[in-house]
Design a protein around this ligand. Structure first.
Ligand SMILES: *Cc1c(COP(=O)(O)O)cnc(C)c1O
Ligand SMILES: [Zn+2]
Length: 554
């Protein structure tokens, strides 16, 4: 389905490329995907009944041209669970829990990762940078592993060690930053800029907002199945709930969910956008504070004082202003709760509904309790709460000790911030990575080898998909190591080797042959003295392969 990205500041529409974030006309970074809703709605509604219940069922309204099923981990399609006991306790029979813990990595960041990684893969991007309070990096890591994309995950040292290890377990490079989340974001942005890498830009990321809107689509379908379509006013095919409640950090969730309901309304499927209720932890509540003071811009919280690190965005920037307008328009509310209230709500949720979620989700439920008690939410309102975040500890012994690189930033006052950032970055990674060229005609083989290399070390990896292109690449880049396939059409691996050895510039470059087939004795003789190692594909473990690579690069 064709779509464009439209600037929310000047209205300029441009084609979508994941790597370019600025409006070509006015340079604004705030743009959104725009579709031909009439055509999309027709196609969507005729197809939807035969599609599985995952987020790709709404593919007409997603910014990926050809969704690649091999990247999927079963994202989206989480259950909507009626909270019978909580409802009884609170005197509201229509409380529903959108159980986003049931995503592949246990949080709604799976949607963002699935759609963004699919778009990056489609655009040929193989390396990315993201700052995270934990769950974004976990979700990106899982999908990046499947897609053969290297992730540099900048996390603050407040993120629990189990979450950091989970990120590392997936093969991403954890960069542990001893500073606030906002500073970690700055550092990540500078790192990405210096190296020309794709950077996740939070709520400004088009693919992320688009991914989040599938929560709205699913809720509408599910709430319709539960209690029927809208029948008052102009009847519509689906229904929207009266409230959408979510714990927020940067606010991407509700921004995306709002857009989802707005599009459903535009297509005539629902009659309204639910009242939004974003909830923050009191110790880091810049949006709630600004809302209560009636401000259009949030005053940043420089030192968050909450143990709920998942929600530690101190400076929401323009996201607040956008979200504020949406909360005003939908007659919603911002609310904050203490850590203790959140922990208590978390316990209540587990005890009453059998749902164990991370403390951040407790914030949303504590917010629900508060809004009901204050009479903002009425007894017959239909309420959906986003319940997201469930962690599985990664076994420490599996990872050893070197899964994190640590950066300690000097306190802000002492130096110019840029000096601290630059100095800190040199400890993240060396300036020059060893260069490895992969020459192989099979994309799956290239992805496997790339993945093994990028998950466990710093390499600059280049690829060629045939012998001639490989030779040209090697002569141009003079890599430190070549990984060569033998069976390729036209110029095969033997011919590439001959050409390398007959040229003084390339004769000394070590070569590992990674072959998919068993070699004949004649072929083995032919390779003797020409290569440093022979590895049989499908028959080596990733650490054996990596050991071989390391020993040759020394
Ligand atoms: C990311 C996250 C949030 C906050 O989401 P935003 O919409 O980006 O503010 C809340 N809870 C959990 C568990 C999260 O992972
Ligand atoms: Zn513009």
């Amino acid at each position: 389905m064709p779509f464009s990205v439209k600037c929310i500041d000047c209205g300029h529409a441009a084609p979508f490329t994941p790597g370019s974030i600025n409006c070509p006309r006015c340079n604004s970074q705030w743009r959104e995907a725009d579709y031909d809703f009439e055509t999309a709605a027709k196609s969507l509604l005729s197809q939807i009944s035969v599609r599985p219940f995952d987020l790709w069922r709404y593919r007409e309204l997603l910014p990926v041209r050809n969704p690649n099923p091999t990247l999927s981990l079963g994202e989206g399609g989480t259950p909507l669970i009626r909270a019978v006991n909580l409802g009884m306790m609170l005197g509201n029979p229509n409380i529903y829990i959108k159980d986003e813990r049931q995503g592949p990595t246990g949080s709604f960041k799976d949607r963002q990762a699935a759609v963004t990684i699919a778009a990056l893969k489609e655009a040929g991007i193989t390396e990315m940078v993201a700052a995270s309070t934990g769950n974004v990096a976990i979700a990106y890591s899982a999908y990046a592993a499947r897609a053969g994309i290297k992730l540099w995950a900048f996390v603050t040292s407040l993120v629990p060690a189990v979450k950091m290890r989970e990120i590392a377990l997936y093969g991403s490079q954890v960069v542990k930053v001893t500073a606030s989340y906002d500073q970690a974001k700055q550092l990540a942005a500078e790192f990405a800029r210096q190296r020309g890498l794709y950077l996740d830009t939070g709520a400004r990321t088009i693919t992320s907002i688009e991914a989040m809107k599938t929560i709205a689509f699913e809720i509408s379908e599910q709430i319709t199945a539960a209690i029927g379509p809208t029948t008052h006013g102009t009847p519509t095919r689906w229904r929207a709930p009266d409230w959408y409640i979510q714990a927020i950090s940067g606010g991407m969730g509700p921004l995306g969910v709002y857009k989802g309901f707005r599009e459903l309304r535009q297509m005539g499927l629902v009659d309204r956008i639910p009242a939004l209720a974003p909830i923050q932890a009191e110790g880091c509540a810049p949006m709630v504070n600004a809302w209560k003071k009636g401000l259009e811009k949030a005053e940043p919280v420089t030192t968050p004082r909450t143990r709920i690190e998942t929600l530690a965005t101190g400076d929401p920037g323009r996201s607040y202003t956008l979200l504020r307008n949406q909360v005003l328009e939908t007659n919603g509310d911002f609310e904050s709760v203490t850590d203790e209230e959140a922990f208590r709500a978390m316990h209540v949720l587990a005890k009453m509904e059998g749902i164990s979620a991370e403390p951040a989700a407790g914030v949303a439920f504590a917010g629900l309790f508060k809004l009901i008690r204050a009479g903002r939410i009425k007894a017959d309102d239909v309420v959906v709460i986003n319940c997201t975040g469930h962690t599985m500890p990664a076994e420490q012994a599996v990872l050893g000790d070197n899964w994190s690189r640590n950066v300690i930033l000097p306190p802000k006052e002492e130096t110019k911030p840029e000096d601290g950032l630059l100095a800190a970055l040199t400890s993240v990674a060396p300036d020059r990575f060893q260069r490895v060229a992969i020459v192989d005609d099979s994309p799956e083989s290239r992805r496997l080898i790339r993945r093994i290399l990028q998950s466990q070390g710093d390499f600059h990896i280049s690829e060629a998909d045939n012998g001639q292109a490989g030779l040209t690449l090697i002569q141009k880049e003079l890599p430190d190591l070549v990984i060569l396939d033998l069976m390729m059409p036209d110029m095969d691996g033997f011919a590439v080797l001959d050409a390398l050895k007959s040229n003084a510039d390339t004769a000394q470059i070590p070569v590992i042959v990674a072959s998919a087939k068993e070699l004949t004795p004649e072929e083995k003789t032919r390779l003797e003295g020409q290569i440093q190692a022979l590895m049989q594909k499908g028959d080596f473990l990733n650490d054996e392969f990596l050991q071989e690579v390391r020993s040759l690069l020394r």
